[in-house]
Design a binder for this molecule. Sequence first.
Ligand SMILES: NC(=O)c1ccc[n+]([C@@H]2O[C@H](COP(=O)([O-])OP(=O)(O)OC[C@H]3O[C@@H](n4cnc5c(N)ncnc54)[C@H](OP(=O)(O)O)[C@@H]3O)[C@@H](O)[C@H]2O)c1
Length: 313
Amino acid sequence: MRVLVFGAGVLGSYLAHALVRGGNDVTVLARGKRAEQLKKDGLVIRHYFQLKNTVDEVKVIQELQSDDFYDLVFVVMKYNDFPAVLPILAENKSHNIVLVGNNADARGMQNVLQETSVVKKNVIFGFQLSGGLREESGRMICIRGGGQMLLGSLDGEIPFKLLLENAFKHVKYKLSYHEDMEAWLKSHIVTIVALNSISYLYDGDLKRASKDKKLLKKAISVMDEGFQVLEELGYTITPANQVNFIRKHRQGVYYGLKIIHKLPFMKLIDGTFSEIAALFDSFDKLKQQVNIATPNWDELEKQAISKFISDNH
Ligand SMILES: NC(=O)c1ccc[n+]([C@@H]2O[C@H](COP(=O)([O-])OP(=O)(O)OC[C@H]3O[C@@H](n4cnc5c(N)ncnc54)[C@H](OP(=O)(O)O)[C@@H]3O)[C@@H](O)[C@H]2O)c1
């Protein structure tokens, strides 16, 4: 099967590796230095927990032409990077697109793709449950249990589910399906902006962050407020136990956050703040639609965004 992985960063590289091992004809779209690294060294991955390195050869392209056809296209990038590639995907004649990663505007992106595309587009959303970091050399440090992706369509059944199943049939990579992917993605944003803001305010020094009781407790209130906004808008928080736990066991969540921040591999989970800033921005638009006080959210957002602006000047 011809598969394109558009975006060859940390998660895209692992996905491409799994697809190659699954016996697919895999092409990776990368740009600049990353494209050069892939052409020269191949897809080099350090599997952190598995204590092994793998190198796979992939075809590398730097541009997607309108006539290039792939059975499946996975677009794996940061939320703030998607808008630039939607017109390129719309111009291309492939039908089956999976947008993988954090997404606060799944519906909007799907609409852009479907309304502007030259061919019928089947668009679904995915989230690969893995993490990691990119080394200067281009080697990706990959943190994962088994390989796994959560997938869902915004409109019921996934029209190309069989193709997806076939692409991963011969590799240990689990596909799970969620019936309300939009709610899952929105719920995930709440957790991710709170946790990444803590880390960002401490410049990634998670050990120091774990000692800031006030900030960790604020993050719990931030998540609670974010979930309230989503609930008011009619989203079902998913997984549901997240919100119950945060509301009923705050002390337990606090100790959980302390422990998580001390785990050695947590510093290898990338949390680029430009993406978090874009997620904050999109979430502001949701907040504006409801009449709910979010003092902790607003304060954390202000603190983190001020640092982001000053770091980038
Ligand atoms: N990494 C983690 O630990 C982790 C964990 C959980 C969730 N996630 C989420 O998963 C998603 C993907 O994350 P990631 O860490 O894989 O991101 P990433 O390492 O930044 O990879 C994105 C890739 O897309 C490429 N790209 C961006 N815009 C492009 C364009 N216009 N044309 C061509 N290529 C383009 C980037 O190119 P360059 O190489 O030139 O930058 C980069 O290689 C994000 O939503 C992230 O938050 C990541």
